[in-house]
Design a protein around this ligand. Sequence first.
Ligand code: SF4
Length: 236
Amino acid sequence: MVKLIIDGKEVIAEEGQTVLQAAQEAGIYIPTLCYHHEVKPYTACRLCMVEVTKGKRTRFVTACDYPVAEGMVVRTNTDKIQRCRKLIIELLLAQCPGLPRLQELAERFGVEKVRFSKGESDCILCGLCVRTCQEVVGLSAIGFEGRGFTRRVCTPFDEASDPCILCGACAYVCPVDAIPVEEVDGYRVMERWHKRSKLVACSKCGRYFMTEDELRLLKEKTGLPEESLRLCMDCR
Ligand code: SF4
């Protein structure tokens, strides 16, 4: 175990944990956008920036990927950090002015105006959707394309991506709700990925519970008979 101080509070963390994990377990809030505990840290948003002192050295690090160490002193909310977070939120708002989740964050952190020219994107490029599809779902149905201002997340060639099973995991983790999922006339539709898939109804209770693409993948992966897979979790 490792003993450290976060915001004046003594915290015991496990070896190998990150500062963010240790803080979260101790009930200390550090804001994040691109972090999710199910996928590897990516440090894209840098909102989790904290000040760390080890020995005589103090530096700014991203809490989501910085490992805890014995005797480390962490400050999560100094004036400098507050200024840094405000600037990050302001830059994100300049890039994506229409996102309500960002506007909420701006209000919470006291960002009153955006001094930079405004874009019209609805994606903060945190890559959480891409990483979740790869690392959790085990597919690579979406990815990054382009560089700089033209960088974006999309399907290959902007066409319906074959591997996508419309599981909705990418939409679930999106920190700014930028990936809509709709269920219309017995289909799940994800316009952002140019894809729709028929919904499968549970053979016992009749409730829609997965897409045909999910069923196809499950059949391939498990080798189980289709009848057993057509039962929802409640009816199994
Ligand atoms: S809905 Fe498609 S793109 Fe999104 S996580 Fe599932 S398989 Fe990947």
